[in-house]
Design a binder for this molecule. Structure first.
Ligand SMILES: O=C(O)CCC(=O)C(=O)O
Ligand SMILES: [Fe+2]
Length: 204
């Protein structure tokens, strides 16, 4: 992939993210539909792009059975939104609230969208960040995935959007900067419920 193609992809996926976030704000009846997308359009946005490679498993390999091998451990993405694309090699799974793992089958033309922890906080829990993991693939083909993680700027304050707080929907999360959340997230284990550390005392 040449640098230019990557830059074009990031720009296109950033625009897609902003459009989705504006539709989401509309769906929540927020008076300002750019209230979330603005965080990503910020010139200092901490959004990033990553490519993952999970090597195929050789049939004669004496490694644990692919079914039991974790390629990327269970976690939720700390950012606002993740836009993922991968080749057609399976492995990605998402967890239901009951802890059941559901395989996500992706085609190279599909976009998979994950709600991240910051979006859960901004929407005061109306949208839940999704726990996901990648199992080692069962074929001898490699899995390739690419993720765009949409994030605010490091010094942006994150707190539940006031219109989403009411006597019937009490405030669930404290205010923090994205930098504070990132530091906390990376000091905890990948699988920890990192968002729980930012819940208001009254909701614990
Ligand atoms: O590689 C994948 O399919 C998902 C990776 C992932 O969840 C992540 O990088 O946060
Ligand atoms: Fe992830």
């Amino acid at each position: 992939m040449c640098r230019c193609a990557v830059e074009d992809y990031i720009q296109a996926v950033k625009e897609l993210t902003c459009e989705l976030l504006e539709i989401l704000a509309l769906g929540l009846s927020l008076p300002d539909t750019n209230v979330i997308s603005r965080l990503i359009q910020d010139v200092d946005s901490d959004s990033c792009f990553r490519v993952n490679h999970y090597p195929g498993v050789k049939p004669e390999s004496n490694q644990p059975k692919p079914d039991q091998r974790i390629g990327f451990g269970e976690h939720s993405d700390p950012q606002i939104f993740t836009i993922l694309r991968s080749n057609d090699v399976p492995g990605l799974q998402i967890s239901t609230v009951d802890g059941l793992w559901i395989p996500v089958t992706t085609e190279p033309t599909d976009f998979c969208v994950f709600v991240g922890d910051v979006l859960e906080v901004l929407t005061n829990g109306r949208f839940k960040s999704v726990r996901h993991r990648v199992m080692a693939n069962k074929s001898n083909r490699s899995r390739m995935s690419m993720m765009y993680f949409a994030a605010p700027s490091l010094n942006e304050w994150i707190s539940p959007i006031p219109q989403l707080i009411s006597p019937g929907n009490l405030r669930l999360y404290k205010s923090f900067t994205w930098n504070e959340y990132k530091k906390a997230a990376y000091s905890l284990r990948l699988g920890d419920q990192r968002i729980d550390h930012f819940k208001c005392q009254s909701t614990l």
